[in-house]
Design a protein around this ligand. Structure first.
Ligand code: DQA
Length: 151
């Protein structure tokens, strides 16, 4: 059995749907979770979907992913642009990793143009809204080592 893909969401993403809908859209984080699970299931994968407003909790979950996940999708929210701790945790984690942002961080304020997470990610998807999570699952499906199928 392939281990789940950990999908980790950072601060304020629990407010999706009502938070700056002109930037982030009207889908809730639960809608995003359902989309992500559906895509993963279609590809024979499962998902462990989490959100935290706390940097240390995200670090703990990335460390957990080292042994419990087959792949990692991370939208670190604002910690993307500030957190060396998240970068260090990701650098210590040898599972395929995709960075996702709902908005196109490169068309926004200059402080959003730099990502610490990118340095440890196999790929980055931004500006595609919730669909970005599905695209990240598709990308991971090609990167994850799976046990040979029986038969
Ligand atoms: C975000 C972009 C970040 O700059 C911002 O701080 C977020 C959300 C996105 O998904 O577009 O919280 O990661």
């Amino acid at each position: 059995m392939t281990k789940p893909i950990y999908v980790l969401n950072g601060p304020n993403l629990n407010l999706l749907g009502t938070r700056e809908p002109d930037v982030y859209g009207r889908e809730t984080l639960d809608d995003v979770r359902q989309r992500t699970e559906k895509k993963a299931s279609a590809l024979g994968l499962s998902v462990e979907f989490r959100q935290s407003n706390r940097e240390g909790e995200l670090v703990d979950w990335i460390q957990e992913a080292r042994s419990h996940a087959s792949g990692l999708i991370i939208n670190a929210g604002a910690y993307t642009h500030t957190s060396v701790a998240l970068l260090d945790a990701l650098l210590a984690t040898d599972v395929p990793t995709m960075e996702v942002h709902l908005s196109n961080i490169f068309t926004r304020e200059a402080f959003r143009h730099h990502s610490y997470v990118s340095q440890a990610a196999d790929g980055v998807i931004c500006g595609c809204g919730p669909r970005g999570y599905e695209l990240a699952v598709e990308a991971l499906a090609d990167l994850i080592d799976r046990p040979a199928e029986a038969g």
